[in-house]
Design a protein around this ligand. Structure first.
Ligand SMILES: [Zn+2]
Length: 180
């Protein structure tokens, strides 16, 4: 009985922490239709790189206005993943302000480098299509740390994280990418 109570208490604590942190997020609720529209814009960015179709856009959570876009350009610079390229475009166009009012949409789950950069920016939300597990299945090298693990290790970050949006379409993008 003692062991069982301990397990239940542990589970309760795990549930409480993210719920409490989500309550601090300032974003208005976003309809799935709006998520899908923004993800389609990220997919359009991804299609600009036939080999590594990692595309991203940053939109205002309130209006859905596209504030920045980017696609993987790691052949030019290894840190230019789609999310980093998009964050650079955001700063060039908008300055480094207003992050918490924005959501980044990306065709695949952010790697630990990108998720850390997004946490440091204190972006309001991150939405992805294909999971890291699926990228590995499609034969794309991955550092095997889920974006949720980075978020859980960054207590200062109060943004939301949502995966699997238009996953069938983004999975197809990675499955059918050009290979060499
Ligand atoms: Zn990355």
């Amino acid at each position: 009985m003692i062991a069982r109570r301990a397990v239940l208490a542990g589970a309760g604590a795990l549930v409480c922490v993210p719920a409490g942190r989500r309550a601090q997020a300032k974003l208005p609720p976003i309809a799935m239709e709006r998520h899908e529209r923004a993800m389609r814009a990220a997919i359009a960015q991804g299609k600009r790189n036939a080999f590594y179709p990692f595309g991203a856009v940053i939109v205002r959570a309130d209006s859905g206005a596209v504030m920045a876009e980017g696609v993987n350009n790691s052949s030019a610079n290894p840190i230019l993943h789609g999310e980093i390229a998009c964050m650079n475009d955001y700063v060039a166009r908008n300055g480094s302000t207003g992050w918490s009012d924005c959501v980044l949409y990306t065709t695949a789950e952010p790697c630990p480098m990108c998720m850390s950069a997004l946490a440091w920016a204190r972006i309001g939300g991150v939405v992805f299509g294909t999971s890291i597990a699926s990228l590995k299945r499609f034969g794309i090298d991955q550092i095997d740390i889920p974006s949720r693990a980075v978020v859980d290790a960054a207590p200062f970050f109060t943004g939301t994280l949502l995966g699997g949006v238009l996953e069938k379409e983004t999975d197809q993008l990675f499955r059918d990418r050009r290979k060499g």
